[in-house]
Write a protein that binds this ligand. Structure first.
Ligand SMILES: Nc1nc2c(ncn2[C@@H]2O[C@H](COP(=O)(O)OP(=O)(O)OP(=O)(O)O)[C@@H](O)[C@H]2O)c(=O)[nH]1
Ligand SMILES: [Mg+2]
Length: 366
């Protein structure tokens, strides 16, 4: 494949240059009007800058009737002086094809360069970034160029399409038992307190707490403080039997918020321990709590471990502590689960909210 930039006084002149150098099969990838500086910058002459590509490896047309129609309108007839600016190579890499995108990266229009940087800085996976840029580049060529404003809107749509569908997000608290699990210090207890406080103060629900976190001495005290503030009962359970007894105690309650110990869930035995204490059944709404500051590979490991536990949704905490949501995006794009809540601060109960896929993508692109 040959890609070359041509500068000429007019499109007609550029077309002749392209034909001479790359031949009749060359196609124009991009063109723009520029001012050519002459005489040490004293004279600015209007000119055009054209990027043309010749790819001998592009497969030849197979069925002329089928392909002729869209291609002929898209492919620039280089031999003709009437070159249209809205053109792209007929074999432009499809978003789902691996293709050699690096070739096109060198000719990305300015708004897309910025987008590339944004995606790069966010930490989203290389394959997601490349696919999104291919789609944007295609859209840019088809529409005669995307502006900086509409490129973000388009990017948001593209990224949303790779996330679990909107109906899997924002599920309100609806079950009697709400359980949160996740890594050490992810924010489980704080988030549980936020959810409990909202249920009680805003929804006027009768609430109670159970904790199975008997691992850390301070853990019970931490939840007890919240329970006392909300004047709600708390039961500490070491075994499944004690858990069943606590459930009986709380038959009159609307919601029972269950805290669990943060463990290194990369180890299977801690998952097994969790399953031994908590009887997972349909009346339990469960959330996997992950800190948005965690590394993608580590989160991926935990999510994989939790595949044997019936988890309903994610909760991503500490959104306020990170500048890049790419790792969260990567986890979500690989998952079938949506986001129940995100938390963005230590204040109970204020710093918690629900998000739609679009809200989340907007946060990523901000
Ligand atoms: N900045 C910020 N801090 C948070 C957020 N959520 C929780 N925290 C803080 O994170 C720390 C740990 O929170 P906990 O709720 O104790 O975490 P945990 O998952 O229960 O911890 P273990 O029970 O020890 O596994 C506390 O200092 C919280 O105030 C959040 O959304 N943003
Ligand atoms: Mg805790």
């Amino acid at each position: 494949m040959k890609i070359k930039k041509f500068t000429a006084a007019s499109m007609q002149e550029a077309a002749l240059l392209i034909r001479k150098e790359l031949g009749n099969d060359a196609v124009i990838l991009n063109s723009k009007k520029i001012k050519k500086r002459k005489w040490f910058g004293l004279i600015n002459k209007p000119a055009v800058e054209v990027i043309a590509v010749l790819d001998q490896d592009f497969p030849k047309k197979k069925t002329p009737q089928k392909e002729a129609e869209p291609e002929q309108t898209l492919k620039t007839p280089v031999s003709s002086p009437k070159i249209e600016e809205r053109t792209y190579p007929p074999q432009f890499p499809q978003p789902h094809e691996p293709g050699d995108f690096s070739v096109y990266q060198s000719v990305l229009p300015e708004p897309l360069r910025k987008t590339e940087k944004l995606l790069q800085d966010s930490g989203i996976k290389e394959s997601t970034k490349t696919n999104a840029l291919k789609k944007l580049l295609r859209c840019s060529v088809e529409t005669g160029g995307l502006t900086e404003e509409n490129v973000i809107g388009k990017l948001e749509d593209i990224l949303c399409d790779t996330l679990p569908s909107a109906d899997k997000w924002q599920e309100p608290i609806h079950s009697k038992y709400i359980v949160l699990f996740g890594s050490t210090g992810a924010g489980k207890t704080t988030t549980l307190a936020k959810l409990a406080a909202i249920s009680m103060l805003e929804k006027q629900k009768k609430i109670a707490f159970i904790t199975t976190d008997t691992y850390r001495i301070a853990a019970v005290e931490q939840l007890k403080t919240y329970a006392e503030l909300l004047q709600a009962p708390l039961e500490v359970c070491y075994t499944k039997e004690e858990f069943e007894k606590a459930k009986e105690l709380f038959t009159e309650y609307d919601h029972v918020f269950i805290d669990t110990a943060g463990r290194n869930f990369k180890e299977q035995r801690f998952i097994d321990e969790l399953k031994e204490t908590i009887p997972f059944e349909s009346s339990i709404q469960s959330f996997l709590v992950l800190s948005a500051t965690a590394k993608y590979e580590d989160m991926k490991h935990i999510v994989k471990r939790f595949s044997s536990v019936p988890v309903n949704q994610f909760i991503f905490t500490k959104i306020d502590e990170t500048a890049s949501l790419g790792s969260v995006f990567n986890i979500l794009s690989e998952s079938k689960m949506g986001v129940g809540f995100i938390t963005n601060g230590q204040n109970v109960p204020e710093d918690i909210q629900t998000v739609s896929p679009l809200d989340f993508v907007r946060m990523l692109c901000r």
